[in-house]
Design a protein around this ligand. Structure first.
Ligand SMILES: [Cu+2]
Ligand SMILES: [Zn+2]
Length: 196
């Protein structure tokens, strides 16, 4: 049998095995181990999403990197040209950012059908995030952890929905209890989290 065919057969067999059997297979055939672990690394790297944020004029003002962690999604925000002060920051339920109002993004991402706010007894929404603070020079760098969502597809709380989801910055602070969205004021920046 040609060598390439044998290698393909080994790969197919390895793919169908559970972890324990796979380990056994790996010891017998180090070549398969290398290929399999390469695939695992690539799969993890896919669980990172880059989100471009735009303001109400449609100009790009920064980005957010979403990284799948063990118990949630780390959101690393880096933006500029924003009004200084405290601003509400949320994940909204639709992946459509149409300036200037960004109403197209819908309400907060809320797969658990909860109430808004960390301080609400029936809250929070999965898409509720801590307020961010913009510096006097209009820049913000923040790391926010969203522990109720995932980047793994096919789950109810996945941010990679068919219709996408979005990140939103508001003009004012989220008070963490007012319905439906924390009385955080206008939507001033939006970024689509695509499922692609
Ligand atoms: Cu919002
Ligand atoms: Zn909310």
């Amino acid at each position: 049998m040609p060598l390439i065919f044998l290698l393909l057969m080994n790969l197919l067999v390895a793919c169908q095995m559970n972890t324990e059997q796979e380990n056994h297979q790996d010891q017998e055939n180090p070549g398969v181990e290398t290929l399999a672990s390469k695939e695992a690394k690539e799969a993890k790297e896919e669980l990172i999403k880059e989100v471009t944020l735009q303001n109400t004029e449609g100009e790009t003002i920064g980005e957010a990197i979403l990284t799948q962690m063990v118990n949630g999604v780390l959101i690393t925000l880096d933006a500029s040209n924003l009004p200084p002060g405290v601003h509400g920051f949320h994940i909204h339920e639709k992946g459509i950012c149409e300036p200037p109002t960004f109403e197209s993004a819908g309400g907060h991402f809320n797969p658990t059908n909860s109430k808004h706010g960390f301080d609400h007894p029936e809250g929070p929404h999965a898409g509720d995030l801590p307020n961010i603070i913009v510096r006097d020079d209009g820049t913000v760098k923040a790391e926010v952890f969203a522990d109720m969502v995932t980047l793994e597809t096919g789950k109810e709380n996945s941010l990679l929905q068919e219709s996408g989801t979005s990140l939103m910055i508001h003009s004012g602070a989220d008070d963490y209890h007012s319905q439906p969205s924390g009385d955080a004021g206008d939507r001033i920046a939006c970024g689509v989290i695509t499922n692609k």
